[in-house]
Design a protein around this ligand. Structure first.
Ligand code: OOB
Length: 548
């Protein structure tokens, strides 16, 4: 079994020292963070979701029960635990229980299916899985059974709801002997959890984040977003995503001692009711949802007056839409350009309107280093467009257990190659101009072209496949698969079913399928997949289409 990963493998000593000296890393852990708040204001509401309302005191107590229950069940500090939960209060008690015990959550999205979950389980060598019986019409228990068969190292399973042959989370909590796990079980410099990457090349990678570095981002993000103990944050997007988790997200809200309201769905009909009922002040949305909300706001009877700030990020927000936010919703827009690997940029609440509308913000930290380089890796002239590289006090220097991705994604001196193409304004604000990597940013969900191509190529009637992004008015981008069929041409619908049958999240099913006889004349010459995808994207308009 692998031991917990020491911080020394993430940041060189000199940098770690510098970040401590600067006061960024303050030696706090998630366990201590919750305990302090529970002691300071035990009766204040912390998490609301479904029919449940938990105070800080209750949340701390549930987290303790989960921590001691899991340790009593034989899990050991440093073990990884898959967390596959939707937006329900148990998401919060489970991860704080894991943090308290020094166990590492590995976050899977509710939309992820067996193939993705198996990949996370194997990459992390997870020893346990914590999930839910059903959510949004999907029965997760068959997935869990399949996972247990494929990954015997996932020894323990806990289920929120009807656990059938597995153990219910409620039973784990009630049977835990009343031993309080000390908050010192986990150290600030240790890895607290593994977040999943957007999967720009091939399969998702695991991102190790420490207590120290992540809590730094929560502290600063809560400040930048203006959260305080009177704030009410709505988790509308799936909270397993880094954005609604920490930018400032529900963790930033708990850091500030605020109330977190969890919505089972991000749609305006569900969220508007919660906003009115709970007096929501802040939430985070991806651009397509913002559009839906703005549209619905003109028609709703719900009272949205409590709303103050909406963070929008995950994909580029167009300036015309940005302009309409204040007049339509009566809130301050805060653009957020971030990545699970680290760097997060925000427009500030008191920035001039032109900056809020036209830029994607500036970094959280004075120690975030921003490099914008050309094709040769040389810095571009100030204000010119180039590839964004970054390093800093909360940007990882390596993925978990993935030497080949590390060689591609980080420079020798520890800069992360974000894959984004940006320029910087004289005031230091970043404007995202595009990206260099071949993924599809579908409403904020990143889909690797390569991953989907590999699954399409496994179809017996597919000779070759190339997946590209296509601009989409609503989604920002949608996915289009170009297919060279074998003699016996499949139907588009069959290929979509095929992708689903491979055990993948629904958002990865190509939105559009185009059959072609060959890719192009130049295909005879050796060109890279990347060039091929670029050419196909350009030629999309002229191609004979059989879209579905
Ligand atoms: C967030 O995190 P990820 O890891 O799902 O995706 C990161 C990528 C960025 O490299 C960039 O390509 C894109 O998503 N992105 C944006 C953007 N915010 C993210 N592109 C243009 N404009 C924006 N505002 O998506 C994420 C993590 C933390 C906070 C916010 C977003």
């Amino acid at each position: 079994m692998m031991k917990s990963i020491p911080v020394e493998q993430i940041w060189p000593d000199a940098f770690a020292q510098r970040y401590r000296d600067a006061g960024h890393w303050q030696g706090e852990t998630f366990g201590a963070l919750l305990r302090t708040r529970a002691q300071n204001h035990p009766e204040r509401e912390a998490v609301v979701g479904g029919t449940q309302r938990w105070t800080y005191g209750a949340l701390d107590q549930y987290a303790s029960q989960i921590a001691s229950g899991l340790l009593q069940a034989g899990l050991r500090k440093g073990d990884r635990v898959l967390v596959h939960l939707p937006n329900i209060p148990e998401f919060v008690s489970v991860i704080f229980g894991l943090f308290r015990a020094g166990l590492l959550p590995v976050y899977a999205l509710p939309a992820h299916r067996i193939t993705e979950v198996e990949h996370f389980a194997n990459t992390a060598q997870a020893r346990a899985y914590i999930g839910v019986d059903t959510h949004a019409g999907f029965d997760y228990l068959p997935l869990v059974r399949e996972l247990r068969e494929r990954c015997p190292h996932v020894e323990q399973v806990y289920i929120v709801g009807d656990a059938q042959e597995f153990t219910s989370l409620a039973l784990l909590q009630s049977s835990a002997a009343n031993v309080d796990v000390p908050v010192s079980a986990a150290q600030p410099s240790e890895v607290a959890f593994l977040q999943i990457s957007g999967g720009s090349t091939g399969l998702s990678k695991l991102i190790p984040r420490t207590h120290d570095d992540y809590i730094y981002t929560l502290r600063e993000s809560a400040k930048i977003a203006g959260l305080n103990e009177n704030s009410v944050f709505l988790g509308a997007l799936p909270i397993a995503h880094n954005f609604p988790m920490s930018s400032p997200g529900f963790l930033g809200a708990l850091y500030a001692g605020a109330k977190v309201v969890l919505s089972p769905a991000p749609s305006p009909d569900v969220c508007f009711e919660l906003i009115e009922r709970e007096g929501v002040t802040d939430t985070s949305l991806v651009p397509p949802l913002l559009m839906l909300w703005m549209d619905a706001a003109t028609k709703t009877h719900a009272n949205l007056e409590s709303l103050q700030v909406i963070q929008v990020g995950g994909a580029k927000l167009n300036a015309e839409a940005a302009k309409r936010v204040r007049p339509t919703l009566g809130v301050t827009l805060q653009q957020v350009f971030g990545m699970a690997e680290g760097l997060v940029n925000y427009t500030r609440l008191d920035d001039p309107e032109a900056i809020i509308i036209n830029t994607q913000g500036r970094p959280i930290s004075p120690d975030d280093e921003i490099l914008i380089v050309d094709d040769n890796g040389d810095p571009v002239a100030p204000g010119e467009t180039g590839y964004l590289l970054t390093r800093g006090p909360y940007t990882i220097r390596a993925y978990h257990n993935n030497p080949s991705a590390n060689a591609r994604s980080f420079t020798e001196d520890g800069f992360y190659r974000t894959g984004d193409v940006v320029r910087i304004t004289p005031e230091g604000y970043l404007m995202v101009q595009g990206r260099a990597t071949d993924h599809i940013n579908r409403a904020g969900e990143k889909i690797s072209a390569e991953e989907i191509e590999d699954h399409l190529l496994a179809h017996p009637q597919v000779f070759d496949a190339a997946v590209v992004s296509v601009p989409d008015e609503f989604l920002g981008e949608r996915s289009c698969a170009f297919i060279i069929p074998k003699d016996d041409k499949p139907r588009a619908i069959e290929l979509k079913k095929w992708i689903r049958s491979r055990g993948l999240a629904d958002f990865k099913v190509p939105d559009q399928i185009v059959f072609v006889d060959r890719f192009m004349e130049t295909a005879a010459l050796k060109i890279s997949r990347k060039e091929l995808r670029a050419q196909l994207r350009e030629q999309l308009e002229n191609t004979t289409q059989e879209s579905s």
